[in-house]
Design a protein. Structure first.
Length: 388
């Protein structure tokens, strides 16, 4: 009996230890303000990664996560909720948590495009911005429920993205990338010269209301004032978790299998009867929809949208998250987003040199981990994997 229960308890214990350790470390890192504390925490992270690889702890955590994926997701969600509760009155930390979650949601759409079907999209920030601007217009000039506004904003991003389907399907590789780059530049130029959309000054975005409750209004719990960002953090967590579940379900379904074959070899896919254009269109439209709904919530969170928030450099920022996390691996997006978004903010004490340090860190990671922090495992076609 004991031998039968050991394999079930071991992964749970490993995931529990890893979840608690990561949550505590992130709390310390977000709480750190002095130069010395940030430097010490970075050294601790580096030492933990090196020691984990040498002692085999990293492999045990990965194996535990693969054997109990549902439990791993529960620990990730629980750790995020614990961080939100710990920083209930700290605006900056909660804003960072919301930003990481919403950018992760948008990058899940890019993962569906790049990592699953091989569709190049260098205009992620443009579709993120389309969702924000659509929300600014719909929330200010219509009486639609804001949850419906979020869904419509995602649909608008997907619909506008459909204009790129023909040129993207007719080109390959860097030519397709140039098409999306041109679209991103055109989008920024269009909203800059369009006075109806606020021009260079941008637009105000009304705060979100759900069933009559205004998320921008703070509230109190047991006499303690709670930041209004807590409501947005919970909404962002629910949105990110829902999109993550959808993407993982697609990955393990026949839809993900078809996309993998199209990405790997289009000639072989066509030979076996797969409709290449169909799966590229599905990936492109669905990925842009995810970016649009993330941009919608982000616009309500910040309360303001402007052309400078959705530049080509922001698209490269999203791409760096996708590549750094491990192309095609949805799980790797979270640590990559933390490195790309939170680390530069914590390195402000070195002022302009912080971006130089951040760039050097990213280059070093890609040199030693060319497939990203968490490379996507090779897909196996066995009954065991299918049953999981």
């Amino acid at each position: 009996m004991n031998q039968a229960t050991i394999p079930m308890r071991a992964p749970a214990a490993v995931l529990a230890a890893a979840g608690i350790a990561i949550t505590v470390y992130l709390w310390l890192f977000l709480h750190a303000e002095s130069q010395l504390s940030v430097a010490i925490l970075l050294l601790v992270a580096l030492a933990a990664v090196v020691a984990g690889r040498r002692l085999g702890a990293t492999r045990r955590i990965e194996a535990a996560g693969m054997s109990r994926p549902g439990l791993a997701r529960l620990w990730a969600a629980g750790g995020t909720l614990a961080l939100i509760a710990a920083f209930y009155d700290t605006h900056f930390a909660l804003l960072m948590i919301c930003t990481v979650l919403l950018y992760t949601t948008a990058c899940l759409g890019l993962t569906l495009q790049f990592g699953f079907s091989g569709v190049a999209n260098f205009a992620g920030a443009a579709f993120f911005g389309i969702g924000s601007y659509a929300t600014a217009v719909l929330a200010a000039h219509t009486g639609l429920p804001h949850l419906l506004v979020i869904a419509i904003s995602g649909a608008v991003a997907a619909l506008v993205g459909s204009l790129l389907i023909a040129p993207v399907l007719r080109t390959r590789g860097h030519y397709a990338a140039l098409v999306t780059i041109a679209f991103g530049i055109l989008f920024k130029t269009f909203i800059e010269v369009n006075d109806v959309l606020g021009g260079p000054q941008g637009l105000q975005v009304p705060g979100m209301r759900i069933f009559g409750y205004a998320l921008n209004d703070g509230f109190a719990v047991f006499g303690a004032d709670v930041s209004f960002y807590v409501s947005y953090a919970l909404l962002s967590l629910g949105l990110c978790g829902g999109v993550f579940v959808v993407v993982k379900a697609l990955e393990h379904s026949w839809v993900g299998l078809a996309m993998d074959v199209v990405r790997t070899d289009e000639t072989a896919a066509a030979t076996f009867g797969l409709h290449i254009a169909r799966w590229k269109v599905v990936a492109f439209m669905l990925g842009n929809f995810f970016a649009g709904i993330a941009g919608s919530v982000y616009g309500m969170l910040t309360g303001f949208v402007a052309p400078n928030n959705f530049t080509f450099s922001d698209s490269l920022l999203m791409l760096s998250i996708v590549i750094l996390g491990g192309l095609g691996n949805a799980v790797g997006l979270v640590p990559a987003a933390i490195i790309v978004l939170v680390l530069p903010e914590k390195l402000q004490f070195i002022q302009e040199y912080r971006f130089l340090f951040y760039a050097a860190l990213v280059i070093a990671i890609l040199l030693f981990r060319p497939d990203g922090l968490m490379p996507r495992k090779t897909r196996l076609f066995f009954a065991r994997e299918t049953s999981r």
